[in-house]
Write a protein that binds this ligand. Structure first.
Ligand code: RB5
Length: 145
């Protein structure tokens, strides 16, 4: 199950991502918004809560640039949110960072690219090994602050 959310700027793109990936067999919990103007940190919190509780394995957040969502999501302990606008980053943030949330900018990306990035993000497995040590160091930083 994938948690997904957007602000008003990301609503159309969110619908496209849900439609495209649902057709490929993925399942989503849509945490809003419905297009009505809203504040992106509220939606980021709802999606991160689903990921942190374990009820969703990953989250996708969409706002105008993706930047506000990524800043907000990375405030939550245990969330590793990656702002992606290219396929290499979407792949390697899973392989190396074990990112559990991906953020995208609806005013930055075309629909086709965004759907492709979402699919890469949800299908790529973490490589583990030496990368786990680095994730552990991030967790140590979180625990110290
Ligand atoms: C909303 O206008 C816009 O500020 C928001 O979608 C996002 O881009 C913030 O980072």
């Amino acid at each position: 199950m994938i948690a997904i959310g957007c602000d008003h700027a990301g609503c159309e793109l969110k619908k496209a991502v849900i439609d495209t990936l649902t057709e490929k067999g993925f399942q989503f919990v849509d945490l809003g918004c419905d297009g009505t103007p809203c504040d992106y940190p509220v939606i980021a919190e709802a999606v991160c809560a689903k990921v942190l509780s374990g009820s969703c394995e990953k989250g996708i957040l969409i706002c105008g640039t993706g930047i506000g969502m990524s800043i907000a999501a990375n405030k939550f302990k245990g969330i590793r949110a990656a702002l992606c606008s290219d396929s290499f980053s979407a792949k390697f943030t899973r392989l190396h960072n074990n990112s559990n949330v991906m953020c995208m900018g609806a005013r930055v990306l075309g629909t086709g690219l965004a759907c492709e990035l979402a699919e890469i993000f949800v299908t790529t497995e973490f490589e583990g090994g030496r990368h786990q040590r680095r994730i552990d160091l991030i967790t140590e930083i979180e625990n110290k602050n």
